[in-house]
Design a protein around this ligand. Structure first.
Ligand code: GDP
Length: 430
C-alpha cells in the first residue's frame, strides 16, 4: 500500500502535520517535486520544525526519505537543513536518498528569479525568490546541472561556465565567477555522494520487499504548472501524476491518494482566489489560523472553503479521501460560508474553469451553515465534535464529492480525528 498525500487547494493546507502523523505506517517517504520553497511545519515533542526540502519523515527514526528526480535541490539549503536537524539530535545518516537525476538550484538561479519577478512589474507571481523557477527552466531548456553531474569535474566546469556567462549577460549590475562555484559544487558532491542513487531502482526494490511508500506532495493542486491557475503557479507538477514522473514509479504504484484541504481557503502570492475575504473576517481567519508563510513569513490571503476547487482536485488527482485541517480555526464563528458554485456573467459554473481570465470574473455562490460555539480544538473523536461542526464536515463531503477520513483539530499530532470506517483506516492497517 503506497499513498500519495496531495494539497487539494493552493498549498499550506497542513500537509506537514498529516504526513508526519501517517509516517509511522510507512517505511519510505518520497518527495517528487518542488524545492526548498515548500516549508512544511511539523510540531513534534513541543519543537516546531520547518522542513523545506528533506521529507518530514526524517523526524521519525528508521524512516528512509527520498528526494526524487522531480525535485530541484539547492545544495546549500540541503546542508543547512541537515545541520539544523543535527542541532536537534536528528541525524540523516544513511536514511537520506537523493536522485542522481535531480536538478540543482545554483546561485545564478536565485539572481534570475529576482530579475524575472522585477521584469513582471505588477504581474508578479509572488515566488519565494529561491531560484526554483529558473532551475526548472534550465531543466526544460536542457542546460540544467543534475546531482549526478557533481561527480564529473570536467563536464561540470564546462556547463557551469556556460551557464554563469549566460547569467552575467542577463544580470547587468554584477558578475558571478564560475571557477569558485565549480570548486564549491565539487565539494558538495563529495559530501552528498553517499546518498545519491537511482531512485527508481531504490523504490522498485523497496516495493519488492513489501515496504510501504508515502509520496509527499508539496504546494497544492491549484499551483500545479499544468492544472493550476496558470501563470500564478509553481514550476512543477504538484498533482498526483508528478509522483510518477518525479520518482520513476509506475501509476499503479500509487495505490491510494489522500487530499489535504483546510476547512477554509488560503493562498500566498498573486492570482485569483474566488472566495477571498477582506476586512475583519479575513483578519480573524489569518490571526486565528496563523496564516503567515512558513518559508517567507508573508501574510496569506484568506477566504471561505471553496468546494468547486476541491471537487476539481478530486477529479485531477483521483482523491480517495480528504484530510480536513484547521477545523478549530472556525471555532466560535456564528455562521460559516461555503462556496458551492461560481457565477460568471449570467452563467453558473460548477466545474473549475481552466482559464484564469474566466476565473477572475467568477463570483462565489455561497451556502451559509451554522457555526459552533464549543471549541473543537484538540478533539479526537468525531462524535465529540459539536453537532454543527459534524454537520459542517458532512456537508463539505457532499459538496466536494469525497469522504473526509481525517479531521485535524490542532497543530499537534494528537489533535486528530480518524473517522471510523474510512478508507484511510484500511490503508494504515493493510
Ligand atoms: P503545509 O505546507 O501544507 O505543510 O502547511 P504549513 O506547514 O504551511 O501550515 C500548516 C500550519 O498549520 C502549521 O503551522 C501547522 O502546525 C498548523 N496546523 C496544521 N494542522 C492544524 C490544525 O488542524 N489546526 C491548527 N490550528 N493548526 C494546524
Amino acid at each position: 500500500m503506497n499513498v500519495a498525500v496531495i494539497g487539494a487547494q493552493w498549498g499550506d493546507e497542513g500537509k506537514g502535520k498529516i504526513v508526519d502523523l501517517l509516517t509511522p505506517h510507512f517505511q519510505v517517504v518520497a518527495r517528487y517535486q518542488g524545492g526548498h520553497n515548500a516549508g512544511h511545519t511539523v510540531l513534534a515533542g513541543g519543537t516546531r520544525f520547518v522542513l523545506h526540502l528533506i521529507p518530514s519523515g526524517i523526524l521519525h527514526p528508521g524512516i528512509r526519505c527520498v528526494i526524487g528526480n522531480g525535485v530541484v535541490v539547492d545544495p546549500d539549503a540541503l546542508f543547512q537543513e541537515i545541520e539544523t536537524l543535527a542541532e536537534y539530535g536528528i541525524e540523516v545518516d544513511d536514511r537520506l536518498v537523493i536522485s542522481d537525476k535531480a536538478h540543482l538550484i545554483l546561485p545564478y538561479h536565485r539572481d534570475l528569479d529576482l530579475l524575472n519577478e522585477a521584469r513582471r512589474g505588477d504581474r508578479k507571481i509572488g515566488t519565494t525568490s529561491r531560484g526554483i523557477g529558473p532551475a526548472y527552466e534550465d531543466k526544460v531548456g536542457r542546460r540544467g546541472i543534475r546531482v549526478g553531474d557533481l561527480f564529473e569535474a570536467t563536464s561540470l566546469a564546462e556547463q557551469v561556465r556556460e551557464n554563469v556567462h549566460a547569467r552575467n549577460r542577463l544580470v547587468g549590475d554584477s558578475a558571478l565567477e564560475w571557477r569558485p562555484l565549480v570548486e564549491h559544487l565539487l565539494a558538495h558532491g563529495e559530501r552528498m555522494r553517499p546518498w545519491v542513487t537511482d531512485v527508481s531502482v531504490f523504490l522498485a526494490e523497496a516495493m519488492k520487499r513489501g515496504e510501504r511508500i508515502m509520496f509527499e506532495g508539496a504546494q497544492g493542486t491549484l499551483l500545479d504548472i499544468d492544472h493550476g491557475t496558470y501563470p500564478y503557479v509553481t514550476s512543477s507538477n504538484s498533482t498526483v501524476g508528478g509522483a510518477c514522473t518525479g520518482l520513476g514509479v509506475p501509476p499503479r504504484a500509487v495505490t491510494g491518494v489522500l487530499g489535504v484541504a483546510k476547512a477554509y481557503t488560503t493562498r500566498v502570492g498573486g492570482g485569483p482566489l474566488p472566495t477571498e475575504l477582506t476586512g475583519p473576517m479575513a483578519e480573524r481567519l489569518r490571526e486565528t489560523g496563523q496564516e503567515y508563510g512558513a518559508s517567507t513569513g508573508r501574510p496569506r490571503r484568506c477566504g471561505w472553503y471553496d468546494a468547486v476547487t476541491v471537487r476539481y482536485s478530486v477529479r485531477v488527482n483521483g482523491l480517495d479521501s480528504l484530510a480536513l485541517t484547521k477545523l478549530d480555526v472556525l471555532d466560535g464563528l456564528p455562521q460559516i460560508l461555503v462556496c458551492t458554485a461560481y457565477k460568471c456573467g449570467d452563467q453558473v459554473l460548477t466545474e473549475f474553469p481552466g482559464d484564469i481570465r474566466v476565473l477572475s470574473t467568477c463570483r462565489p455562490i455561497y451556502e451559509t451553515l451554522p457555526g459552533w460555539s464549543r471549541p473543537t480544538r484538540g478533539i479526537r473523536r468525531f462524535e465529540e465534535l459539536p453537532a454543527e461542526a459534524q454537520a459542517y464536515v458532512r456537508r463539505l463531503e457532499e459538496l466536494s464529492g469525497v469522504p473526509v477520513g481525517i479531521v485535524s483539530t490542532g497543530s499537534e499530532r494528537e489533535d486528530t480525528v480518524f473517522r471510523e470506517g474510512s478508507i484511510v483506516g484500511s490503508w494504515l492497517e493493510a
